[in-house]
Ligand binder design. Structure first.
Ligand code: MSP
Length: 721
């Protein structure tokens, strides 16, 4: 008889790889923290785990961000990638590998994948004219000016000869696959959305670009770069060694692929659940076992993101409350798969309620009393009474329920259940008051009660700590030591934390000195975090304005971001003229028309007649919000000779503006240029497109506009006063 082959348990999980166009914020930390908690529990179950994260560094979006920061894409990507990695290290995240898509191992693997798809007949050459969202690096259906259905930003028109992937050939195969593998994607809302997208029909997908060069060249046709999503998705296999000849890489790939779980944000499910399986099917590579989408972290009601200017950095929470508090809050507060609000108030409330007054206080009471009454040596519990039996049953229930809830990514319920045990143990301690001897109780009886209550409570703490370790790794390690159990990592390696049974903490164990775990925080912790964020926001502006190291394209201070409203541009002819009466020379000291330099001779505008002049007070002037913006996109509008469609970046926000300057400015020459806009006019529609603001320009005697600009460096979003 042949023995069944035993397959060693292994688990491969991945985070999305993060775009390096901006610094990491709490939204990014959230996905990575969830993966870290899963990886830690898997390892604690004795499963050979591989946890991958990294950065997504190619594409037009990064190329543009680098240009705005005045750096090469490679320098820019390296600086930002280091920020991500540095933050993951600071937060103690236990990734096994960090891949950068600019690494050789990745480029080689992506080219191999592309060549394989082409050799197998799934890639052909064609031409594409359509809309593209640079922010999401996604193709979008619709006429020019169509907003991206995912992020709402205005798409750009792309007209190129491209390589196409035969996505249409996979419509039926994908639907069959989803049907046969109901757990492949989740939550249910994601599954439904993806299936209905595929049922709606799949068109072939353009998988190369020629209009920019920051990407991986198509093998054998180097003027094309590979579409950034094909490049990025492949990280999950290239990091393991796909496409390498090295036997070590090949063995790692054979061992860990297919992935057990890709954890992603819900907005990128189409790329992961449709394109990625189709690429893999076409290349003859096994499909990942599951793709799970987390919801968004919201702040001030909106998705936390750089472009909204409503980000909070993980460093701030780490500095004031510690990384464990952040992990606990995110996993306890937000049911996985749903959107969840982040607020400093709620964070500090949870911290004080559940960690400082809850778990932390319980540990400190028990450890202190064992030191006080038993010289730090855990006493024998003795015979159980009804109270201990009840508590033991609760602990056994917690053990039985925590694992399944956690495996279903239901972290919030897993923690809720465990904290019932924290509360019950606390209540048991208070009810039995081992610190107070009633007059009718003998010394011996009292000592026995103290021993029973403290040994039982300490055992509950051991169980709580073992279970909570993946979520509070740093604090659990401290408690484990205080309980005299040594290094929690060693216990994790031996699967002691997950194969739990009542009675593991033995009498005679020498406890360590108590040390504070979660010191209570007062209201000023909230202010402290808010101040750290404000300080960071203003220094981001300052750093960006001088093009300093590690700058991200400028983020405006939050207060300014909130104050900005959508604006209207007037008729195209007026869009080029100053909207206010000519200000006194001191009113806008920084505004110097750059085009002056190109004029053959100084020209002087006729002095306005007194009757034309309308004198306004400073209050009137301050109602007009003039701000610095940078042109990202400029293109002509079909059948509108005078109008250009611009997409401009205010640092904290991008918007579309229509300007009647098409007869005076070549669109290509405007890209990258800093201009001044009126930012608080109500939006207005022209030619079916919305204009969200108005440019400032001097009007020459012949009516030609000359755009306002600056000689010195100015940060995006800066207000002119
Ligand atoms: N580079 C792509 C992913 C490629 S994976 C092959 C990308 N990068 S991203 O930086 O924009 O986003 C990375 C992840 O961070 C996504 O899963 C996204 O959902 C997550 N988050 C970014 N902001 C977020 C919140 N405010 N809340 C929760 N997660 C969010 O997409």
């Amino acid at each position: 008889m042949t023995k069944p082959v035993s397959i060693p348990a292994r688990f491969y999980l991945t985070t999305p790889i993060y775009y390096v166009n901006a610094r990491p914020h709490l939204g990014h930390a959230y996905s990575t923290i969830v993966c870290d908690a899963i990886a830690r529990r898997k390892r604690a179950q004795g499963i050979d785990t591989w946890f991958l994260t990294g950065t997504d560094e190619h594409g037009q979006k990064i190329e543009r961000s680098a240009k705005l920061a005045g750096r090469t894409p490679q320098e820019f990507a390296t600086a930002l990638s280091q920020e991500f990695r540095g933050l993951w290290d600071r937060l103690g995240l236990s990734y096994d590998d960090f891949i950068r898509t600019t690494e050789e191992r990745h480029k080689r693997g992506v080219q191999h994948l592309f060549a394989t798809l082409r050799d197998r007949g799934y890639i052909y050459k064609g031409s594409y004219t359509g809309q593209y969202c640079v922010s999401d690096e996604a193709y979008v259906e619709g006429p020019p000016g169509t907003p991206c259905p995912d992020c709402g930003r205005i798409t750009e028109t792309v007209s190129e000869e491209n390589y196409f992937f035969k996505l249409s050939a996979f419509e039926r195969k994908l639907l069959e696959f989803y049907e046969a593998n109901p757990d492949f994607m989740g939550p249910e809302s994601t599954r439904r959305e993806v299936i209905s997208f595929v049922r709606g029909g799949l068109k072939d997908l353009s998988v190369s670009r020629t209009s920019f060069s920051w990407g991986i060249p198509v093998p054998g046709d180097e003027k094309h770069v590979i579409y950034v999503w094909l490049d990025a998705l492949a990280n999950y296999i290239t990091a393991l060694g796909y496409g390498s000849d090295d036997p070590v890489d090949q063995a790692r790939f054979a061992k860990f692929w297919p992935a057990d779980m890709h954890l992603i944000g819900k907005e990128i499910s189409r790329f992961h659940c449709v394109y990625w399986p189709a690429f893999l099917m076409a290349a003859g590579i096994a499909l990942p076992r599951s793709i799970k989408a987390n919801g968004w972290l919201l702040f001030d009601q909106g998705k936390m993101s750089k472009s909204r200017g409503n980000i909070v950095r993980a460093e701030t929470v780490d500095e004031v409350l510690g990384a464990d508090a952040l992990r606990y809050f995110l996993l306890r507060e937000i049911p996985f798969g749903q959107d969840g609000n982040f607020s400093f108030d709620a964070l500090v409330q949870r911290y004080n309620g559940d960690l400082a007054n809850g778990y932390g206080n319980l540990v400190s009471r028990v450890v202190n009393m064992v030191h006080k009454y038993f010289a730090g040596v855990l006493p024998e519990a003795g015979a159980e009474t009804a109270a201990e039996i009840g508590l033991r049953k609760s602990a056994e229930r917690a053990i039985a329920e925590f694992g399944p809830a956690f495996s279903e990514l239901n972290f919030s319920d897993a923690l809720k259940g465990l904290w019932l045990l924290v509360a019950e143990t606390d209540g048991y301690l208070t009810a039995n008051a081992p610190w107070k001897r009633p007059p009718d109780r003998s010394d011996l009886d009292h000592a026995q009660l103290q021993a029973r209550v403290l040994a039982t409570s300490a055992e509950c703490i051991r169980i709580i700590t073992a279970l909570v370790y993946p979520i509070l790794p740093e604090s659990a390690a401290k408690v484990w030591k205080q309980l005299g159990l040594g290094e929690i990592q060693d216990a994790a390696k031996q699967a002691f934390l997950t194969h739990l049974a009542w009675g593991g903490l033995k009498a005679g164990t020498k406890l360590e000195e108590p040390a504070p775990l979660f010191p209570r925080k007062e209201k000023d912790a909230i202010e402290h975090m808010q101040n750290l964020e404000d300080k960071n926001n203003s220094s981001a502006v300052a750093a960006a304005s001088v093009g300093g190291a590690n700058t991200e394209p400028v983020a405006a201070p939050q207060a300014a971001a909130v104050a900005v409203n959508a604006v209207e541009s007037k008729a195209p002819a007026r869009a080029t003229a100053s909207p206010v009466a000519p200000p006194a020379p001191t009113a806008i000291p920084a505004a110097i028309p750059v085009a002056e330099q190109h004029l053959p001779a100084p020209q002087v505008a006729a002095e306005p007649q007194l009757a034309e002049r309308q004198v306004i007070g400073i209050d009137d002037f301050s109602k007009v919000e003039l701000r610095v913006a940078q042109v990202l996109v400029a293109e002509r509008i079909p059948k509108a000779d005078k109008l250009l469609r611009l997409e401009v970046d205010l640092g904290y926000e991008k918007r579309q503006i229509l300007a009647g300057i098409a007869q005076y400015y070549e669109p290509e020459k405007l890209i990258g240029r800093k201009i001044v806009i009126v930012a608080n006019l109500a939006p207005r529609k022209m030619r079916g497109l919305v204009s969200n603001g108005m440019l400032l320009a001097a009007s020459l005697p012949d009516g030609a506009p000359v755009l306002a600009g600056f000689l010195e460096e100015v940060p995006l979003g800066a207000r002119l006063k």
